[in-house]
Every structure is written in structure tokens, then in C-alpha cells.
Design a protein around this ligand. Structure first.
Ligand code: ZN
Length: 497
């Protein structure tokens, strides 16, 4: 593995280019003399101390500034909510016949004009601020304390929307959701939190996903939106599982063409060059397949066999769901009344990786026979992966890691496993074993960074990764599976499982 020693780049560190990689000299070649290029002596400080002195104070300051910003954002939400409350009070006291609509519009315009923002946008901002302050007080407090970002707040509020607003029972469930999601928000990025929050809210939703999906499905369709310069947008509204599958297939075709082009260019430097971007190839494949049902037309002269590419979609199926399949007919919840069933599995959603909960009928179909889907069975008590479908037993470890890790294991990284490498935590050359307790999924970007001096990665039992930065700060990344699949136990789901 290539190592980019800071010693090799010498004074470059002080010029703020410390993250630029530097080519390592070929074996036997003389090391480049960067710092000495103008005859000056190299800095005497050891590279690690130069690094710490350069970025350490700035990062500490950034953390403080960010906390001040979120504290102000929390304060802004309080003020917007106060204006909203004042508008409601005015309308009530003055007996407005429109239930306060004009009072609220008037206040929104007042704020909008003062801030030079559209008053329509203000209506939206006020509503979001009021939801935060009134329905998520702990989340609001965490924002004020700098423990989470505005991005986390949006994710929590949006995912919690399915809980609705209403009676004391809804309030109680929202409080449970708030407590559960906030605990995770404090250690995960907003991007990663999205699917987790959706799952937590789903487990508490009064109206079953099954019913909501059936209703939403009636809104499926394809819309054509005309754009300038001879273009159109084609927007298809379909079940998430099909949308993800279509996108994955287009992705795979795109990469296959790209790789074929790269190989062809290497073999024939003077040959014809296909300069299409990945996105352009995706669009060409989309058109070609719909119009001719034969995607081979989108390949360059060198890309063959694209029709054989099948979509890859991972679906996580809680073991309780599978156990219930035989009893599905007799123990279905009373969906007509929207009441919550008694069975534990009614609270646990099947999840489409990269999206969130999906409805039971779709997941039961997927759990059937189709080989296009990769099925991951998990225990929702522990979040542990029990098994994965093994179509190719030789790839058992790969499948286990894909299921356990779900995405790159650098803290905060959301690159999916199919775009990542499987990496030895402790290098095989240093005695690291090729086993699941020493392997983890890492995207190319973080794989490279991990090998830079100063970075240390350790793997603890259960696939827990610890990243130590050159500043000596330690960050823990838990496997996506244990964060996502662990069943959150709350009063109404206490059961013998
Ligand atoms: Zn990564």
C-alpha cells in the first residue's frame, strides 16, 4: 500500500496543502526535495506537530462557532414560534371568523418584509419553527446546546410527520420517538439519520404503512415536463423498491460502459474516445431500454453484455416478519380501523436499504423467490445480521460485511457498499486476518485517507470501528446494521420475542 509520508512533502504542510496527495517515488528513485527547492533548510518541527499546530486550533474554534450558530438558530425558532402564538392569540381575542388565517398571514408578511424574504416562504418557516418548539422540545434544546445541527432537526421533524398531530396518545408516541431519535442524532450525521428516523417513526405510526402505501400507490404515474432548449424532464412516480432498482441498474450499466471505455482507451490510446459522463450514460440507457428494450445500443463499441445486468436491491427483513408469513392470513391487523395490532411484528417495518421502511405486501413478495433482491435477515432484538441469501457461497464474507456495514465505515460517510472496497482493518501484511472481525467496508476516498500517516483505525468486537485522527481525536462508528435494525423496545411492544 502506498504511504504518503508528510516528511516527503516537507514544507507543503505549512502552505495549507496538507490534504493533497503526493506521488511516492518509484522504488529506488531519489526522494523529491520539496522544501529544499529554494535552498532553504527544511522545517525542524516534526510533521505531526506541524499538523497539530496548523489545524488543531482552527478545528476547535470551528466546533465552538458551529455551536453558537445552532444556538442562534434555536433562538430564531423560538422567536418565530412566539410570533405564531401571538397571531393565534390575536385572532382568538378579536373573534376572527377565518380562524386566524389572516392574522397569521399578516404576521408572516410583517416578518418577511423586515427580513427581505418572501412572506409565503415565511409562512412555511414559521410552521416549521412552531412544530419544532411545540412538538419537539428536547430536539430544540439539543439544537440550542449545539449537540445537533439544523440538518438533524429537519430530518427528525420530516420523518416524525407521519405521527400526525392530535390527541394525548399521539403526543405520547411523539415523545417516545423524539427521545429515541435524538439519542442517535447526537452521534450520527443528518444524512445517515434519515432512514433511521423514518424507521423509528414508522414503528410508532398509528396508521399502518400498508394503508398509506396503498393510497400513495394510486398516485403513481409518469409526467412529462417541458424544458427549454429542446429538452424535457420525465418524472416517474413509482414504489420506492422499483425506483431504487431502476436507478441501481442504470448505475451498473453506466459503470460498465465507463470501465469498458477506460480499458479500451488503455489498449488503444489513439482510438475513438467516449466522453459521456456517468449521468449521460444513465440517461442514454434509460431511453434505449424503454424504446428498444435492448440496452446494448448505449454501449460504446467495446461495452458488451449490458442486457445481462440486473438491478441489485437490498431489503432487510426482520425475522419476526418471516416467522409471521405462515400466519399472515389469520393474524393481520384490522387495517380498516387503523388500530394498532397486538403482534410485535406489526411495529417492525421491513426496510429498503438506502430508503427506509417499505410496506408489508411488497416485502412479503420480495421475501418470496425473486433472485433480483438481496435479502438480509436480522434479529430486531440485537440488530445482528442472522443470515444473507447466499447465491454464491464463496462470497459469504462479502455478503456478511455488506449486510453488517451497509455503507463505508468512516464516521459520517454514506457511500453504499456496492461503491466501496472491503478493507483489512489491520493490514494483511502486518498480520491482519481475512475474517469478518478484521474486515470492513471502506469507500475509495476513506480507504486512501486511512493509509496516511497519523490516521489509526481499530476494530472492536461487533464490528465497532474506532478512527483516530492525526490530532489524536477518537471517533466511533457502529455498524449500520446495529444502529438501523435494533428494535427499539417501548411499552406497547413488550412481548416474549
Ligand atoms: Zn467513505
Amino acid at each position: 500500500m502506498t504511504h504518503f509520508g508528510l516528511a516527503n512533502v516537507g514544507g507543503v504542510v505549512c502552505n495549507g496543502d496538507m490534504f493533497k496527495s503526493s506521488p511516492t517515488p518509484a522504488s529506488g528513485a531519489a526522494a523529491p526535495v520539496v522544501a529544499g527547492a529554494e535552498g532553504a533548510a527544511a522545517p525542524s518541527l516534526p510533521p505531526a506537530e506541524v499538523y497539530a499546530a496548523t489545524v488543531g486550533p482552527a478545528i476547535s474554534e470551528l466546533v465552538k462557532v458551529r455551536a453558537q450558530i445552532t444556538a442562534l438558530q434555536a433562538r430564531e425558532a423560538t422567536l418565530l414560534q412566539q410570533c405564531d402564538e401571538a397571531a393565534s392569540r390575536l385572532a382568538r381575542d378579536e373573534g376572527h371568523l377565518d380562524h386566524g388565517e389572516f392574522a397569521h398571514r399578516s404576521v408572516a408578511a410583517e416578518i418577511g418584509f423586515a427580513l427581505r424574504e418572501s412572506d409565503r416562504s415565511m409562512v412555511h418557516q414559521i410552521a416549521r419553527a412552531s412544530t419544532l418548539v411545540e412538538h419537539y422540545p428536547a430536539v430544540h434544546a439539543a439544537l440550542a446546546a449545539g449537540e445537533i445541527s439544523q440538518g438533524h432537526v429537519s430530518v427528525i421533524r420530516d420523518a416524525g410527520g407521519i405521527l400526525g398531530i392530535g390527541d394525548a396518545e399521539v403526543d405520547r408516541k411523539r415523545a417516545i420517538y423524539e427521545q429515541q431519535v435524538l439519542e442517535i442524532a447526537k452521534t450520527e450525521t443528518a444524512g445517515r439519520l434519515r432512514a433511521i428516523a423514518k424507521g423509528l417513526a414508522e414503528a410508532l405510526a398509528c396508521r399502518p404503512l400498508q394503508d398509506r402505501h396503498a393510497e400513495a400507490l394510486r398516485g403513481r404515474g409518469v409526467v412529462l415536463v417541458e424544458q427549454p432548449d429542446g429538452m424535457v424532464d420525465l418524472v416517474a412516480t413509482v414504489s420506492a423498491i422499483y425506483g431504487k432498482g431502476i436507478m441501481d441498474r442504470l448505475d451498473q450499466i453506466g459503470w460498465a460502459v465507463k470501465n469498458a471505455n477506460r480499458n479500451a482507451a488503455a489498449a488503444d490510446p489513439g482510438g475513438e474516445v467516449d466522453e459521456r459522463s456517468l449521468n449521460e450514460i444513465r440517461a442514454d440507457a434509460f431511453v434505449e431500454m424503454l424504446l428498444s428494450a435492448d440496452p446494448s445500443g448505449i454501449a460504446s463499441a467495446h461495452g458488451k453484455g449490458l442486457a445481462a445486468i440486473k438491478a441489485r436491491v437490498q431489503v432487510i427483513i426482520p425475522e419476526e416478519k418471516l416467522r409471521d408469513r405462515s400466519a399472515a392470513g389469520s393474524a393481520r391487523r384490522d387495517s380498516a380501523s387503523g388500530s394498532i395490532g397486538d403482534k410485535a411484528s406489526d411495529h417492525i417495518a421491513t426496510e429498503l436499504v438506502g430508503y427506509g421502511p417499505i410496506d408489508t405486501d411488497t416485502s412479503r413478495t420480495v421475501a418470496g423467490l425473486s433472485p433480483a433482491w438481496e435479502r438480509i435477515m436480522v434479529s430486531t432484538l440485537t440488530g445482528q445480521v442472522l443470515s444473507t441469501d447466499t447465491y454464491r457461497p464463496s462470497a459469504a464474507i462479502k455478503r456478511f460485511l455488506a449486510a453488517r456495514d451497509l455503507r463505508c465505515r468512516a464516521p459520517g460517510c454514506n457511500v453504499m457498499v456496492n461503491r466501496s472496497d472491503i478493507d483489512h482493518t489491520l493490514d494483511a501484511a502486518l498480520g491482519g486476518t481475512t475474517s469478518t472481525d478484521n474486515l470492513a467496508t471502506t469507500c475509495r476516498y476513506h480507504h486512501t485517507m486511512k493509509h496516511h500517516p497519523g490516521w489509526k483505525i481499530r476494530q472492536h468486537p461487533g464490528g465497532v470501528m474506532e478512527w483516530e485522527t492525526p490530532l489524536g481525536r477518537k471517533y466511533t462508528d457502529r455498524p449500520g446494521s446495529t444502529v438501523r435494525f435494533r428494535r427499539v423496545v417501548h411499552a406497547e411492544s413488550a412481548d416474549p420475542f
